[in-house]
Design a protein around this ligand. Structure first.
Ligand code: SF4
Ligand code: SF4
Length: 190
């Protein structure tokens, strides 16, 4: 982590103006758009997991008991994971959450899985939390590495998304991150 980034993290979100937070969200949504293009291009989750009777999650956990309990269409979303973060100290996600609720409404509190999960997967087409946006299962990560030589590090992606969302990265760092995601997408099309 460079010095500028350390200084950035020592600032609280209250130190940022609403213009800076809007700018962070704008960059974040652009990164989300690029990541979504990448995931659609890889086309792994629907055929290999969401459309299957038994999903990758259940397979990996080698779960005993009722096989309908964790069906493929649950994907990796058995809980309200969008509420969490592996980098709680970095970002205040209030603005993102407010915009998500304005657009998609409150999550379904009575759902047996994540409250934003529907039969065909996540209903959020954008405004996902960094943890949801960055997450891929080990099977997905192995697949893109073996097939395309892409090293997708979900933790690093999530950290960058948190930093971008909270406007703690320079324009050059944001651009480097966007270029990285674009490189991933280029690799699957060559
Ligand atoms: S990331 Fe893995 S567990 Fe999640 S939906 Fe895709 S294949 Fe399924
Ligand atoms: S918000 Fe979407 S991606 Fe995140 S846990 Fe819920 S259904 Fe899954």
């Amino acid at each position: 982590m460079d010095i500028n980034k350390e200084e950035g993290i020592s600032k609280t979100q209250d130190d940022f103006t609403s213009h800076q937070l809007e700018r962070g969200l704008e960059d974040y949504l652009e990164c989300e758009r690029l990541l979504t293009i990448f995931f659609v291009g890889v086309n792994y989750c629907i055929p290999e997991c969401l459309s299957q009777k038994v999903g990758k999650y259940r397979e990996r956990m080698d779960m005993p008991g009722d096989p309908t309990q964790f069906p493929g269409n649950m994907g990796c979303c058995p809980y309200d994971e969008f509420k969490h973060s592996n980098y709680e100290s970095i970002a205040d996600r209030t603005l993102l959450e407010r915009r998500r609720i304005e657009k998609y409404g409150e999550p379904d509190d009575n759902s047996a899985v994540c409250g934003y999960h529907a039969k065909d997967g996540c209903i959020l087409k954008d405004h996902k939390s960094p943890i949801c946006l960055a997450y891929v299962c080990p099977e997905f990560a192995d697949f893109v590495h073996e097939r395309y030589g892409i090293r997708y590090c979900k933790d690093k992606i999530e950290e960058n998304l948190e930093l971008i969302l909270s406007n703690r990265q320079s324009p050059e760092e944001v651009q480097r991150f966007k270029d990285l995601i674009q490189e991933f997408t280029d690799k699957i099309h060559t």
